[in-house]
Every structure is written in structure tokens, then in C-alpha cells.
Design a protein around this ligand. Structure first.
Ligand code: F6R
Length: 241
């Protein structure tokens, strides 16, 4: 585990973007596992900036996103497909045919999950998986207590996750109760894992997850066992370690 200390959110974003950029320069056909949420937005913005300056070319990469709400169409502003296009894909030269996000509208959840596992396998596995972390230690939508052995699966979201995501939905519009997520097994198979984390509300979970016991109650704690795991955190998030 490598811990990179950043001064603030912007510094964290730039350092993370540097690592992703190095991956893409060294392997133009890289398979990038991507995350949504607030934390990586600055990382995407930095990558877009470098793309516009001609410093990085995404034309040959494949992207595989971690998760998607079940029941939201791509066109819904809160779908992760929509988020990724708004925050990143629409601004760079990623080939649309190599963008992968779980299909939230597939009514056959078992089939949707197995198809997604095949997408990962056929791409040759993930070279670099970008992650954020929830205050309860979730990664993707892998909630506390989930088995570590799972590949892509459908989850019932916890009250905590529903509550913290409610801010993104309009008044009177409820957060979906289920989501598709890559499992811990799929994440652990990524050749490199990069976590971005910022803010003091994440300090406690960073300490528990990476300096406490490995337990399914804190899903991210399994990353202690990953052979190539880097955390880029700002001062606040790393203040207790
Ligand atoms: C999103 C995802 C989630 C987030 C986590 C942190 O694709 O996988 O696990 O990374 O909920 O979210 P933020 O960054 O909004 O604090």
C-alpha cells in the first residue's frame, strides 16, 4: 500500500490524474475501471484539461465503470452513465463503443451481472481501477457485510447510502433502492488500484479501513491485501494516520 499525501482537493486530483495519465501513456490500450461520486470529479477535470492541451490521448482505452443504479435509464440525470458522460467522456476522445457501464435497465439482473463480468474478462481485466470510498467503507456499491468473493451483482442499498445520495435527486424523487456493482473479487483482480479520498468526514474510515483488521464490515479493508494499491488523499482525509 502506497499513501500519497496531497495538500488539498486540487492537489489530490492532480496527483491522481498524473497516475492515470502515466498508465495511459505507458499503455495506450489500457483498461480503466472508473468511479462516480464527488471525489473523482476533480481528477476527471484535470484529465480533460491535459487532453485539451494535447498531452494525453484516450482514443484506444477501454473504460469499465464500477456501478449503476438499477432501474434508471441512461438518460436520467442521476444515472452513472449520464454522470460519466457529463464529467468526462463527452470532453475527451474515448471511443463510445469501448465505454462500459452496467445496464441499469436490464430486467434480468442475473443476466446483466454475468454479461458485465464477461465485459471485464473479454477486455483482458482491468489495468487500473479508480475508487472512492464511502464513510462506511463501501467501494462501488459493496455495502458492509457483503461477501468478498462476489463478482458483479445486484445489491440492496443501505439506508446510509440512500440518505447520502438523496442530495443528488430532486425533491420528492426517491433514490433507487438497488444497484448493480462490480464485486470485491472483480476489484481485487484489477492490476492496479488507485483510491482518491478527501475531507475530514473520511478520516475515520481511512484509519479503520487501512490500519485496522480486514473485515467484510469494512469492505475497503480488503485493499490492504492488494499487491498494487495506492491511496491519494488530502491532508484532512489522512489526518488520523
Ligand atoms: C461510485 C462509487 C462509490 C463512491 C463512494 C464515495 O461509483 O463507487 O463507492 O466512490 O460512495 O462517494 P463520494 O466520492 O461522493 O464521497
Amino acid at each position: 500500500m502506497v499513501i500519497v499525501r496531497a495538500k488539498d482537493y486540487q492537489d489530490m486530483s492532480r496527483k491522481a490524474a498524473n497516475i492515470i495519465s502515466a498508465q495511459v501513456i505507458m499503455k495506450p490500450k489500457a483498461v480503466l475501471g472508473l468511479a462516480t461520486g464527488g471525489t473523482p470529479v476533480g481528477t476527471y477535470a484535470q484529465l480533460i484539461d491535459w487532453y485539451k492541451k494535447g498531452d494525453i490521448d484516450f482514443s484506444q482505452i477501454t473504460t469499465i465503470n464500477l456501478d449503476e443504479y438499477r432501474g434508471l435509464p441512461k438518460t436520467h440525470e442521476q444515472s452513472y452513465w449520464y454522470f460519466m458522460h457529463e464529467q468526462f467522456f463527452n470532453h475527451v476522445n474515448v471511443d463510445e463503443s469501448r465505454i462500459n457501464v452496467p445496464d441499469g435497465m436490464n430486467p434480468d439482473s442475473e443476466k446483466a451481472c454475468r454479461e458485465y463480468d464477461n465485459v471485464i474478462r473479454e477486455a483482458g481485466g482491468i489495468d487500473l481501477q479508480l475508487l472512492g470510498i464511502g464513510v462506511d467503507g463501501h467501494i462501488g456499491f459493496n455495502e458492509p457485510g457483503n461477501a468478498f468473493e462476489l463478482e458483479t451483482h445486484c445489491v440492496d442499498l443501505t439506508e446510509q447510502t440512500i440518505k447520502s445520495n438523496q442530495r443528488f435527486f430532486g425533491d420528492g424523487e426517491s433514490v433507487p433502492k438497488q444497484a448493480y456493482t462490480m464485486g470485491i473479487k472483480s476489484i481485487m483482480q484489477a492490476r492496479k488500484v488507485l483510491m482518491v479520498v478527501n475531507g475530514k468526514e473520511k478520516a475515520e474510515i481511512v484509519k479503520k479501513a487501512f490500519f485496522g483488521p480486514v473485515t467484510p464490515e469494512i469492505q475497503a479493508s480488503i485493499l490492504q491485501m492488494h499487491p498494487d494499491f495506492t491511496i491519494v488523499g488530502d491532508e484532512e482525509a489522512l489526518s488520523l494516520i
